[in-house]
Design a protein. Structure first.
Length: 245
């Protein structure tokens, strides 16, 4: 019998970004990969807030499921796993290149202000202009050409106005830090990072120390977006009961 998995994409992506991972599942999992508010088919859905997105996930998700999130989707997945409506239903959490947010209030406020400024700029861009600019983000450097092309095509499924709303409502500065709540998670957590992603490898190590049941898996040769560069490996980690153990 297929098991259920909910896949939450990163900022500027859509649910379609998970297609290579879903294809690698074969028939072992039933995958649900929604477009998060502000993105893709949900570009115009408002309000673009954490509570709104959590309501969407609660409505979509089955009674018991594995929750997987990448980058922004990973932050949202952490909040979902601690939310009253979803916590009893999440049986396992897998985070790819994700963090619990910014613990320092001043740093979080500065990031929120920066995201507001960027959102103002994005609203005046075409999606082509934005897609080119975002592809230059340092954390995304080094992606194989085929992966970069697929990411670019997925990014162009978005609209600038929706992405601006996502920056304001779901950005790193907008969401509260969960560093102090990691110990509340009572489910196994797998932290997946790319070997080349030094920043998030360090974050994953720090997170693991605050979790009661965690494993860290560094995927050789991969960067920040591990599920795009090594989809078969990510599918394997999702399907493995105790990866890295």
């Amino acid at each position: 019998m297929a098991r259920d998995v909910v896949l939450l994409h990163g900022f500027t992506h859509t649910g379609a970004s998970w297609d290579p991972v879903v294809a690698a599942f074969a028939e072992s999992y039933r995958a649900l990969a929604p477009d998060i508010r502000g993105h893709g088919a949900a570009s115009a859905r408002e309000p673009v807030t954490l509570d709104g997105v959590l309501d969407d996930v609660a409505e979509l998700a089955p009674e018991s499921f594995t929750l997987v999130g990448y980058s922004m989707g990973g932050r949202i997945a952490l909040h979902a796993a601690l939310a009253a409506a979803l916590r009893p239903r999440v049986e396992r959490l897998i985070l790819i290149g994700a963090s619990p947010g910014l613990a320092d209030r001043a740093e979080r406020a500065a990031r929120r202000a920066a995201d507001e400024r960027l959102a103002d700029e994005v609203e005046h861009m075409t999606i082509d202009e934005f897609a080119y600019r975002w592809a230059q983000t340092p954390v995304l450097a080094g992606q194989p050409p085929a992966v970069a092309a697929a990411v670019d095509a997925d990014r162009r499924r978005n609209q600038p106005a929706g992405l601006a709303r996502a920056l304001r409502g779901l950005g790193t500065g907008a969401l509260p830090s969960l560093w102090e709540r990691l110990g509340e998670l009572g489910v196994p957590v797998t932290l997946v990072v790319g070997e080349r992603d030094e920043k998030f490898r360090a974050i994953a190590g720090e997170m693991a120390r605050g979790l009661s049941d965690a494993s860290v898996v560094a995927v050789p040769g991969a960067g920040h977006a591990v599920h795009l560069e090594a989809p078969a490996r990510v599918a394997e980690l999702i399907a493995t009961k105790r990866p890295g153990g």
